[in-house]
Write a protein that binds this ligand. Structure first.
Ligand SMILES: *[C@@H]1O[C@H](CO)[C@@H](O)[C@H](O)[C@H]1NC(C)=O
Ligand SMILES: *[C@@H]1O[C@H](CO)[C@@H](O)[C@H](O)[C@H]1NC(C)=O
Ligand SMILES: *[C@@H]1O[C@H](CO)[C@@H](O)[C@H](O)[C@H]1NC(C)=O
Ligand SMILES: *[C@@H]1O[C@H](CO)[C@@H](O)[C@H](O)[C@H]1NC(C)=O
Ligand SMILES: *[C@@H]1O[C@H](CO)[C@@H](O)[C@H](O)[C@H]1NC(C)=O
Length: 238
């Protein structure tokens, strides 16, 4: 015989479990790539990883769970599911190529006294802040693998170059940059800009959207604001 109190306890468990689920829910992913030339061409400057200067190509910033209303969850489950690099050992060579850190934050001095960036610190930050908010769908290995796979599916630099938009330090129109990518992949990207040391706006990050499994690109439910960009932006050399 099932007593009322057993049912009540079960109901309570269900409700609280439901709440945990809701608090870690999200609507879609932003897959964000950055242009290393723009990251480095600021007053703050940049550092290279121990593996050396990355190739001149777009590079992963992160895979960010977002809500369709424009807000986003962050730092959801660090205590229970902290970054653990030994879970992604097999993916490190790919991540070193496509997801390198250029930040001097927490940097280390190398043997020849040069400052280098710290990839592990970058990946840990991305997992702890963003990945733990989607960890009911993608565990650490799946999250990093899905992100690297998304990058392989769209060659942004090739798309832009095919349309005459090259990282040569010249100015290009945001409308043309957006059009080139939209025509190539059938989905409109988000674009954000940053500022070089002399105050010019430059192409900084390109946002694409992916479904909750990070398995396919989708139309963005909401695009990031373009207000950091001017109509014409620099595409710096790297
Ligand atoms: C956006 O949607 C999420 C999930 O439904 C909700 O938790 C959050 O409060 C909403 N934020 C705003 C600014 O409306
Ligand atoms: C989406 O989420 C990221 C980080 O989680 C945040 O930086 C960004 O502002 C959000 N974008 C929008 C348009 O809300
Ligand atoms: C990190 O992950 C490995 C492999 O799953 C596991 O053996 C190890 O205990 C984990 N380390 C920590 C500190 O949780
Ligand atoms: C740039 O990255 C894309 C994947 O996003 C890759 O297909 C392409 O080969 C890379 N190009 C260079 C020059 O490394
Ligand atoms: C945009 O692209 C078109 C076609 O390639 C070109 O004729 C035009 O000059 C470009 N506009 C700007 C502002 O660069």
């Amino acid at each position: 015989m099932i007593s009322i109190s057993t049912i009540a306890i079960k109901l309570l468990m269900l409700l609280s479990f439901g709440n945990i689920w809701i608090s870690r829910d999200f609507d879609f992913f932003y897959f964000v790539q950055q242009w290393p030339g723009s990251f480095c061409d600021t007053k703050k400057s940049c550092c290279f990883p121990l593996t050396g200067k990355p190739v001149s190509n777009f590079s992963i910033h992160g895979l960010w769970p977002n809500f369709s209303n424009g807000s986003f969850p962050s730092n959801c489950n660090i205590a229970e599911n902290p970054f653990n690099q030994s879970k992604i050992t097999d993916l490190i060579p790919r991540a070193e190529k496509g997801w390198a850190s250029l930040s001097c934050a927490g940097s280390k001095k190398t043997e020849n006294n040069k400052t280098s960036s710290d990839n592990t610190r970058f990946w840990k930050h991305e997992w702890d802040k963003h990945g733990t908010c989607s960890d009911l769908i993608l565990d650490q290995h799946a999250y990093f693998e899905a992100t690297l796979n998304l990058k392989d599916r769209v060659d942004l630099l090739q798309i832009l170059q095919y349309n005459g938009i090259k990282p040569d330090g010249n100015l290009y129109s945001i409308v043309n940059i957006t059009k080139a990518i939209t025509q190539a992949i059938g989905l409109e990207p988000g674009i954000t800009c940053n500022t070089d040391p002399s105050g010019n706006r430059q192409l900084n990050e390109i946002y694409l959207c992916a479904d909750k499994y990070a398995s396919s690109f989708i139309e963005c439910p909401i695009l990031p604001s373009r207000k950091s960009c001017t109509d014409m932006v620099e595409f710096p050399i790297f």
